[in-house]
Design a protein around this ligand. Structure first.
Ligand SMILES: *[C@@H]1O[C@H](CO)[C@@H](O)[C@H](O)[C@H]1NC(C)=O
Ligand SMILES: *[C@@H]1O[C@H](CO)[C@@H](O)[C@H](O)[C@H]1NC(C)=O
Length: 315
């Protein structure tokens, strides 16, 4: 049984090979290719034929990743004429006709990714054209991610950090890390909002982190990184959690920043008043004192602006 089974298979193979000898045959030198967006790529398609090239017909189609069920014509060679898809004019051309059906695609876009089919027909070689398939992936580095946060930054509150990245093939990996004061990796919930319904080769990815029961230890600098084989892009969020309960004696609720601003404004105001006052006093005393002397005193007094000191030096 075993040997007769093998015999049948061998016969089938032999018949197939014999039939192929008279048929046009396509050899795809590559089954899949990767190219970085913007670069050129050669899509190879070799064929063997026993007829001359007078009736050679080549059709390249693309079933894009975004819509694999609706293939589009890329470029056609028919009756000695080349016809290109209007959206690809200037970016695609045959190279090596009529001996090969190779094409070059320039300035590749992510939307060029998909399954390319090369169909060659050369009557009277065979009634059935042969078809070769090739998968093209157009890679692109991640775009700059967008970092956002929302929630309550009071003690015991809950904060959500989210990071989204629009571009990147293969889809970037999103990571959240606390970078200061000490480095901590954070567990992340990934969400995928695909722009394209069928595949997510170019959708918007986002990764979020939920921090519950925040405390002053939660404060720090957080980094989101979006990484794929072509690179990494980062964005940052600085979280400051205000500790309202810890210091009941100090003016609670007043942020240190506000305090500093207040003090600075008071000092500036005092300086302004001082300068105006000095100016007036200087004008009054111009008749009795030399200009240089009063200038010196002005300088001296601007540094020590305490009103009591001022009075003493001007008596
Ligand atoms: C593609 O780029 C190559 C090299 O830059 C150029 O020679 C060729 O003409 C371009 N093809 C098309 C269709 O523009
Ligand atoms: C929140 O954190 C504080 C101290 O950090 C802790 O005492 C408290 O039990 C936490 N509450 C919850 C609900 O985990």
């Amino acid at each position: 049984m075993g040997s007769s089974g093998r015999w049948i298979i061998w016969t089938l193979c032999a018949c197939f090979a014999a039939r192929q000898k008279t048929a046009l045959r396509i050899i795809m030198r590559e089954s899949s290719l990767e190219v970085v967006r913007g670069d050129s790529v050669l899509l190879p398609c070799s064929f063997f034929t026993f007829s001359d090239f007078s009736s050679l017909n080549v059709i390249w189609t693309l079933a894009p990743f975004s819509s694999p069920k609706t293939p589009v014509q890329v470029i056609v060679f028919d009756h000695g004429q080349v016809i290109k898809n209007p959206s690809l004019i200037g970016r695609v051309h045959f190279t090596g006709l009529p001996f090969s059906a190779d094409i070059i695609l320039n300035d590749t876009q992510v939307s060029d990714g998909g399954i390319y089919r090369c169909m060659v027909n050369n009557p009277p070689d065979t009634a059935d054209p042969d078809v070769g398939e090739l998968l093209l992936s157009v890679l692109e580095p991640p775009s700059l991610p967008v970092c956002e946060w929302d929630g309550a930054i009071d003690m015991g509150g809950s904060v959500r950090l989210s990071c989204s990245v629009e571009e990147g093939v293969p889809p970037p990996k999103i990571r959240w890390k606390k970078v200061t004061p000490e480095e901590i990796s954070l567990p992340i919930n990934m969400e995928v909002q695909c722009h394209q319904r069928v595949s997510c080769l170019s959708g918007e990815l986002s990764g979020s982190v939920q921090i519950v029961n925040v405390s002053s230890q939660t404060s720090g600098l957080y980094r989101c990184s979006a990484t794929n084989v072509l690179g990494t892009e980062n964005c940052y969020v600085n979280l400051a959690i205000y500790n309202n309960e810890a210091a009941p004696d100090s003016p609670s609720g007043l942020l240190p920043g506000v305090l500093i601003t207040l003090v600075m404004s008071l000092v500036l105001l005092a300086l302004l008043v001082l300068v105006l006052w000095l100016h007036r006093t200087g004008q009054d005393g111009r008749g009795t004192r030399g200009d240089r002397k009063s200038e010196e005193e002005e300088c001296y007094n601007e540094i020590r602006y305490t009103p009591s000191l001022m009075k003493r030096s001007f008596v």
